[in-house]
Design a protein around this ligand. Structure first.
Ligand SMILES: NC(=O)c1ccc[n+]([C@@H]2O[C@H](COP(=O)([O-])OP(=O)(O)OC[C@H]3O[C@@H](n4cnc5c(N)ncnc54)[C@H](OP(=O)(O)O)[C@@H]3O)[C@@H](O)[C@H]2O)c1
Length: 331
């Protein structure tokens, strides 16, 4: 049985990945031995049969020992920029020494990390992965999924479905966010506003977070890992998303276009809006048009479309008049 270790899977997207992996494994589709690397004990997961290994990223020999029998390491480490850089470099160094065969760093975004300050550490980690790969033959891959579709979930008042209840979600919003912090990126479904990058016509890959986890689970069985494993839930521009939102919510969305110069100025003026604007600028350059490698490899997987997601979380919701509120761009 192949041993797969997840690092950084106790909150956020990683927790969704762990839950989906555990569920698919328990369905017996293709069982892997799952190891959870965490900075703290996780009795809840130990009780479910997951091999929890508490680790300290500053302790190289302990980390290396923890990876002794591990074939594949999936990092979904988040936190801040420093954690993304330092903890992943430590994890990679230990994986190299332990003879790990496959390593996927915490990428899960667009086609590159250039031009996004928060992702500078990711870029460094990816270069280090490539260096280890060429030196040792370790296979490394960048899983790319575009934007998380959960950005359209923030504010839904719907109750959880059986999937959320299985996972312990108290509200539909918690289920729909799947670990993403409540965040309305560009299109605010609750307020009814869209703060577009450019004219909002650039195509964007958007993927449901549980579908990302499912694609990655299937990717574990690929005979070879190429350097990029892309996946597409759906491809839509924000203009197309506005049309879907208007149809499902039966109201007009308030729209504001932003030139690249305006977004650049916003990033310079407000440190809290650097990431938001750098990603929006990248979107106008088709940053989120990641390849569909895993869709091609696993055509039986039918990921959620944007239309299905918006229908599920916003159809029938009583909603007021659209309003920009105080902050026009970011909540
Ligand atoms: N494409 C998109 O739209 C999108 C949106 C959001 C996030 N993402 C990406 O998804 C990935 C996960 O992000 P997230 O927001 O879900 O992560 P997160 O919840 O902030 O953190 C995930 C895990 O990282 C570990 N961690 C936190 N601080 C750490 C530190 N200082 N040292 C070592 N480990 C630490 C923790 O695991 P333990 O406590 O168990 O060790 C935590 O459970 C990132 O690559 C992020 O860029 C993509």
């Amino acid at each position: 049985m192949v041993t797969v270790a997840l690092a950084g899977a106790t909150t956020g997207f990683g927790l969704t990945m762990l839950r989906v992996f555990h569920h698919l494994n328990s369905e017996g589709i293709k069982p892997y031995k799952l190891v959870l690397l965490s900075r703290s004990a996780q009795p809840e997961w130990s009780a479910k049969g997951i091999d929890v290994r508490p680790i300290d990223y500053a302790n190289h020999s302990q980390l290396t020992t923890a990876l002794g029998d591990v074939h594949t390491v999936l990092s979904v480490i988040g936190g801040d920029a420093e954690a993304i850089r330092n903890s992943q470099l430590a994890l990679l160094a230990a994986a190299k020494e332990a003879g790990v065969k496959r390593f996927a760093p915490s990428e899960y975004a667009g086609t590159s990390n250039e031009g996004i300050d928060l992702y500078a550490g990711k870029a460094e980690v990816w270069s280090a992965c490539q260096a280890v790969a060429s030196k040792t033959g370790m296979e490394v891959t960048s899983f790319q999924c575009g934007l998380f579709m959960s950005i359209f979930a923030t504010g839904t008042p719907k109750p959880p479905t059986p999937i959320g209840l299985r996972e312990g979600a108290k509200t539909g919003e918690e289920e729909a966010l799947a670990g993403l912090r409540p965040w309305s990126f560009v299109l605010n479904m609750k307020a009814g506003t869209a703060d577009l990058p450019g004219h909002g016509t650039a195509p964007i890959v958007l993927t449901d977070m549980r579908d990302i986890a499912t694609f990655v689970y299937h990717a574990l069985s690929l005979p070879i890992w190429p350097e990029v494993l892309g996946m597409r839930g759906d491809v839509k521009s924000f203009r197309e998303m506005i049309a879907i939102a208007e149809r499902v919510q039966s109201r007009k969305i308030l729209v504001q276009e932003n030139t690249v110069a305006k977004m650049r100025a916003q990033a310079e003026e407000d440190p809290g809006k650097v990431f938001y604007n750098q990603v929006r600028i990248a979107l106008t350059e088709k940053w989120a048009m990641v390849p569909d490698t895993l869709n091609q490899g696993f055509p039986e997987l039918k990921p959620t479309t944007c239309e299905e997601f918006v229908e599920k979380w916003w159809r029938g919701v009583e909603i007021g008049e659209p309003s920009w509120g105080e902050d026009k761009s970011f909540m």
